[in-house]
Write a protein that binds this ligand. Structure first.
Ligand SMILES: NC(=O)c1ccc[n+]([C@@H]2O[C@H](COP(=O)([O-])OP(=O)(O)OC[C@H]3O[C@@H](n4cnc5c(N)ncnc54)[C@H](O)[C@@H]3O)[C@@H](O)[C@H]2O)c1
Length: 334
């Protein structure tokens, strides 16, 4: 399958390289509004850069499109892809504004063109095995989900200026993972968020760097998400599921599993893989595989547009909870 990449920034470059490596895909072309970025990635990957997005959507030799541009462009590009009949894998979030996401949903309603949203963590082998253990009944009835998601270090100021806030940008992954792990819709959200790492910058931008969120389903299953924009010990990505017959844990990843023992330490180990590109490498490849499979089989993507919309609704509920200092029913947002 010949897939074009829109957006040649941090994650667009990674996706372009992954499409070249993946057995089922090739890189058709790349486009970025910043032409030097597109040219750099195109020449590194051995393809020709497109001069305009319309060129990509009109090209007969482009089977599908992967959108990795700045967030504010995602909804427009999803609409353009669907109008052109090109399946689209779009990075999260769909948009920062729920009203815009709803308009996009209306625009593409009725089309059977696959739209997959880039919630890559669902495809992590450890996280997926945890969910499968629940589905097979291996831990009995699921009662609690604990998701720890902490970044290794603060991104630069310019990142925060466009990211849209901790919960819409970063926790959005965890809201999706919560729904996936719970196998059910949260109906209630209680959140606290603070400015512990860089209070001056976070106050100036009205953002947060540290958060804890609790979600409840209608039948009382609980999920706790904890986020931090920095962790001194590295990228911390763990999921714990507790049920009536046991517990499963999907743990952090290291470069290798060597353990060192001395008078000063026991079980000394290599640091965690640095960040999402390294930690979720297999997940990003599997995400592409799932996209291709759904296109070929004519089945809906495993992570579709509605999943992206639902995750944003949970983010909005959490923001209301923070602002009004109370538990918020998800239906208040819908
Ligand atoms: N799934 C994940 O774990 C993950 C990780 C990082 C980023 N993301 C998402 O991916 C997107 C890109 O993030 P990034 O870190 O690569 O950002 P980035 O700033 O490094 O790259 C964005 C690129 O988009 C280009 N761009 C902006 N407007 C455009 C337009 N109209 N048409 C074409 N290109 C345009 C910019 O020139 C830039 O090269 C964001 O939405 C972000 O939320 C997802």
């Amino acid at each position: 399958m010949r897939i074009a990449v829109l957006g040649c920034g941090r994650i667009g470059r990674m996706h372009a390289a992954n499409l070249l490596r993946h057995a089922d895909t090739s890189l058709a072309t790349v486009y970025d509004i910043h032409e030097p970025s597109a040219q750099e990635v195109a020449s590194a990957m051995g393809v020709a850069a497109a001069g305009a997005p319309e060129e990509v959507f009109a090209a007969a030799d482009v089977d599908a499109v992967l959108v990795a541009t700045a967030t504010e462009t995602h909804a427009d590009y999803i609409e353009m892809a669907v109008a052109a009949g090109k399946p689209v894998l779009c990075e999260k979030p769909i948009d920062l504004d729920l009203a815009r996401v709803n308009r996009c949903a209306e625009t593409i309603a009725g089309s059977d063109i696959p739209v997959q949203i880039g919630f890559n963590r669902r495809f992590d082998p450890g996280h997926r095995s945890a969910r499968e253990a629940v589905a097979k009944g291996e831990i009995g009835d699921l009662h609690q989900v604990i998701i720890t998601s902490r970044d290794p270090e603060m991104p630069p100021r310019a990142y925060y200026e466009v990211a849209g806030g901790l919960l819409r940008d970063m926790t959005i992954h965890d809201f999706d993972l919560a729904r996936y792990m719970l196998g059910d819709e949260p109906v209630e959200v209680l959140a606290v968020a603070d400015r512990l790492i860089d209070p001056a910058l976070m106050s100036e931008l009205d953002d947060h760097d540290t958060a804890m969120i609790i979600l409840r389903t209608a039948d009382g299953k609980q999920c706790h998400i904890n986020n931090s924009r920095t962790a001194a010990y590295g990228y911390d990505q763990r999921v714990e599921l507790m049920g009536t017959r046991g517990m499963v844990v999907s743990d952090n990843r290291r470069r290798h599993e060597l353990r060192q023992y001395s008078a000063a330490e026991t079980e000394g180990a290599a640091p965690y893989l640095y960040f999402f590109i390294e930690r979720y490498q297999e997940a990003f490849m599997a995400e592409i595989g799932a996209f291709v499979t759904s296109i070929k089989a004519g089945t809906p993507p495993e992570v579709g547009f509605e999943d992206g919309r639902r995750a944003l609704i949970l983010a909005e509920a959490a923001y209301r909870s923070i602002k009004e200092r109370r538990a918020v029913r998800v239906e208040e947002i819908q």
